[in-house]
Design a protein around this ligand. Structure first.
Ligand code: GTP
Ligand code: MG
Length: 404
């Protein structure tokens, strides 16, 4: 079962660098050819509306050079421009080129299982083109899986358009994907700033890549008896974590350490978890997946016997799910330089805080008519905004209903 990765915009492509650096080292990935071809080239497509980052990607030896799609200029942090493209300037080839390359990639797969998209929620390309690609891929490959890894901007604000872009994109992701792994740049920054004074995108991306590899790379749990990985980790994760179609936002916590017991590692991971809302009420989780890597002595399952209650308590699992904790293990750990790692992917009601913030900021700006002319100019309509606001409200309602 093969997965094709699409990296869109600056953020999606910059995260791809450390992500693939780890992935191509994994022996199981190499042998199973689920994320790599027989010639060890990546099953990935890299798309940006401007050349700078794509030029950097082109230097990676494991990237198929024909799988690079590049426009002439960026989309100016504008969802509408990313979605509709520069129609008048003949730059609307990006979507067509990407779909053609994707078609060829799927034909190179023995068994194509689906696509993973990586992109920012606020950049013009990541948000607008990312939304457009999700819609187009769902339309052309309705029976295949589609998963998005989206990156939310710092709330303190980098661009006045970021709330609209994030709102519109989150609505598209909810409509067209099976699951949205949401990473908050704020959370990554907060974690890294405890260890270092200045934090670069590279350092953030290393951290993000380790967490994504934590859930995507082959595990022994999902490896067949013959020892072959079938590359189902991303899709088994979706099956396990999204019990309802209306609740499909996943957030990941990841920790990697050497020379620490599983109990101590889990203790540290839970310390960094945001457990309560502003009113002090605990967030609740619908389903969780724990992946332990570096379990060379097969000790994680016995450690979990004592940890289970603590983890269920910290993640405050809903009573209606009889199996709220799925556990996968792997003897090797290739998510980073440390010998062991723990990754917890969680479908939690904590996402409603972010969605409510996004909705209220967007509604306030929208009522004042702020910055809307930038969207009308490039083909967005009132309907786009109204539908997106309704979609976000319905995600919030679905989570409230699920954890009632
Ligand atoms: N984590 C992470 N975030 C990034 C990175 N690069 C940009 N971002 C974030 O992504 C958002 C901006 O999106 P970009 O990906 O730069 O924009 P783009 O998709 O190329 O779109 P345009 O340049 O507007 O056409 C901001 O919130 C940035 O903080 C990165 O390498 N890592
Ligand atoms: Mg850009």
């Amino acid at each position: 079962m093969s997965t094709v990765f699409l990296h869109v915009g600056q953020c999606g492509n910059q995260v791809s660098l450390p992500f693939w650096k780890r992935t191509v080292r994994d022996e199981n990935v190499k042998n199973s050819r689920t994320f790599l071809h027989a010639d060890e080239l990546q099953r990935s497509v890299h798309i940006d509306s401007e050349p700078k980052v794509i030029a950097k990607i082109a230097k990676t030896s494991s990237v198929r050079k024909k799988n690079l799609v590049c426009g002439k200029r960026g989309r100016g942090t504008n969802w509408a421009l990313g979605y509709h493209g520069l129609l008048k300037k003949g730059e609307d080839h990006i979507v067509e080129d990407t779909m053609e390359i994707l078609r060829k990639e799927t034909e190179r797969c023995d068994s194509f299982s689906g696509c993973v998209l990586m992109h920012s929620l606020s950049g013009g390309t990541g948000s607008g083109l990312g939304s457009r690609l999700c819609e187009t891929i769902r339309d052309e490959y309705p029976m295949s899986h589609l998963l998005s890894c989206s990156f939310a901007p710092c709330q303190s604000g980098e661009s006045p358009l970021q709330h609209y872009n994030s709102l519109l994109t989150t609505a598209y992701l909810n409509r067209y994907t099976d699951c949205n792994i949401l990473t908050h740049n704020d959370n990554i920054l907060e974690r890294l700033q405890k260890k270092m004074e200045t934090v670069s995108f590279n350092q953030m991306n290393e951290n993000i890549a380790a967490a994504l590899c934590g859930v995507f790379l082959p595990t022994d749990t999902l490896t067949t008896k013959s020892g072959a990985s079938i590359g189902m980790e991303p899709w088994e994760m979706v099956r396990s974590l999204c019990p309802n179609p209306g609740n499909k936002v996943i957030q990941i916590n990841h920790i990697a350490r050497s020379k620490l017991s599983w109990e101590a590692m889990m203790g540290q991971l839970l310390l960094g978890l945001h457990r309560y809302d502003r009113e002090g009420k605990p967030y609740k989780s619908l389903a969780n997946l724990i992946v332990a890597r570096g379990d060379s002595t097969d000790s994680f399952h016995s450690a979990m016997k004592t940890l289970e209650k603590k983890v269920k308590n910290a993640y405050s699992c809903v009573p209606w799910n009889p199996f709220p904790l799925d556990i996968w293990t792997a003897r090797n750990n290739l998510t980073g330089s440390k010998s062991a790692s723990l990754t917890v992917a969680s479908n939690s009601s904590s996402v409603t805080d972010y969605l409510e913030f996004l909705l209220s900021r967007s509604q306030t700006m929208y009522k004042a008519g702020a910055y809307l002319h930038w969207y009308w100019r490039y083909g967005a309509t009132e309907e786009d905004f109204n539908e997106a606001m309704e979609e976000i409200s319905s995600i919030i309602d679905n989570y409230k209903e699920a954890v009632k």
